[in-house]
Design a protein around this ligand. Structure first.
Ligand code: FAD
Length: 390
């Protein structure tokens, strides 16, 4: 437990300003803890007088889990455009809510977001908590954590889902710590039991095993989920409730300021959104053969991906990798060229709508997952395909 020694405290209030969570306030000239204290103990380092000490043993706090209900999705947006993973999570949230006979809520924070609300409702939100303010226009950890954790503490959702994107990976652990619960990061599967236990499946030990994790004693149950793993669904004509949430600015919000934004150059591989992917493996035999795949992908208006085999050979950069430790994709058409079909590769592409595999080995495991198998040498088959399609 954190204790302030008033006999030593000089009232400088360094600790109040240092706390990122508004966990300390001034009462009668001395600092006292608020219910926002996360117990992170960071304030101790800011006190030059040794007036902040830890006493007693750390106690394990359990939550009253029956008082939590509802499935929440923390929406991710940039300039008001909602990230696909949010829509995918809403699809999964609807499924979980059905089992639990509860409701789905989305939380969206930013500025000038009103167009986004309909999209969230259309994709499965029964309720949208929206916080619109100029200082929230761009993602910054401190204000986003504060606004969302206040909402979680107030409304007590049973499950909170975020995308395993760069924003989600920054936000989720801080939220979990702030509301004192666990987090399963980078999930590839989610199921819920009728009594509310969320089974969170994720690759563990470098992808060598799939672990299913539960959070038995704390709520909410929090997970981040990889983009492309879940399926989104549009439910036209849906109606939902909109709850406006007022967010107040705090001095700590400006610890990080956004000075300039550099947008990703167009033309870079965006495999997660691609409708058609032509993917190459070690069976391409040489880096120059990737130009055949580029040509085929261009004709089909698709993107080029790769197996780890091709990346290990140094033929294409890591950003092309599809699979358990690469990207998860769900295109309408996936063409696997010279890829054996190792389980780690399948984990990233097996949910594609239609899979064509080209391999010279008729017993290659990829053929068990493929909808269409072409047995033969890619150096013959791909030029033939190109000439017929162009
Ligand atoms: P290979 O297994 O060498 O297969 C090459 C295939 O090409 C063979 O089937 C062969 O018959 C065929 N071939 C050869 N020449 C020709 C030709 N001329 N014409 C037609 N066919 C030809 N892998 C991933 O892809 N993604 C991941 O995210 C990933 N994560 C991993 C995580 C862990 C923890 C581990 C242990 C492994 C991971 N792997 C991953 C590696 C995975 O196990 C395989 O080693 C890898 O997918 C093999 O790549 P490949 O199929 O290109 O190569």
């Amino acid at each position: 437990m954190i204790v302030f020694k008033t006999e030593k405290c000089k009232g400088c209030m360094q600790c109040v300003n240092a706390c990122l969570f508004e966990g300390i306030k001034v009462d009668n000239r001395f600092p006292v803890l608020t219910d926002r204290c996360t117990g992170c103990e960071a304030c101790i380092n800011f006190c030059d007088e040794d007036a902040i000490v830890i006493t007693g043993e750390k106690t394990k706090r359990k939550h009253d889990i029956d008082s939590y209900s509802g499935i929440w999705v923390i929406a991710e947006q940039r300039d008001g455009n909602i990230h696909n993973v949010t829509l995918e999570l809403l699809g999964k949230a609807q499924e979980l809510a059905k089992t639990r006979k509860s409701e789905v809520s989305a939380v969206i924070i930013g500025n000038e977001l009103n167009g986004a609300v309909d999209k969230l409702i259309e994709h499965g939100a029964d309720r949208v908590y929206i916080s619109n303010a100029p200082f929230l226009a761009h993602y910054r950890t401190t204000p986003y954590v504060r606004v969302i954790s206040d909402l979680i503490k107030k409304h007590k959702p049973e499950v909170v889902l975020l995308g395993a994107t760069s924003i989600g990976r920054d936000l989720a652990p801080r939220l979990a710590s702030n509301v004192r619960t666990g987090l399963t990061a980078d999930c590839t599967g989610l199921k819920i039991s009728s009594d509310g236990r969320l089974f969170q499946t994720k690759p563990a030990f470098g992808g060598n095993i799939m672990a299913t994790i539960v959070t038995p004693e704390h709520r909410p149950q929090m997970s981040t989920v990889r983009p492309g793993v879940m399926r989104s669904a549009i439910l036209a004509g849906r109606r939902g409730e909109v709850v406006n949430v007022e967010a107040k600015r705090h001095t700590t919000d400006d610890f990080v300021r956004i000075i300039h934004t550099i947008r990703k150059k167009k033309g870079k591989v965006d495999l997660e959104k691609a409708k058609i992917i032509v993917s190459g493996g070690r069976g391409l035999e040489a880096p120059s053969n990737f130009s055949m795949l580029n040509e085929l992908a261009n004709i089909l208006s698709g993107e080029v991906g790769a197996s780890r085999g091709a990346i290990e050979e140094g033929w294409v950069p890591e950003s092309y990798q599809i699979g358990q430790t690469g990207k998860t994709v769900r295109p309408k058409l996936y063409i696997a060229c010279g890829i054996s079909g190792a389980i780690q590769h399948l984990a990233g592409m097996e949910n594609s709508d239609f899979i064509i595999a080209i391999n010279k080995d008729p017993n290659a495991p990829i053929f068990k997952t493929a909808d269409l198998a072409l047995v033969g040498d890619i150096k013959r088959i791909i030029p033939e395909l190109i000439s017929r399609l162009s």
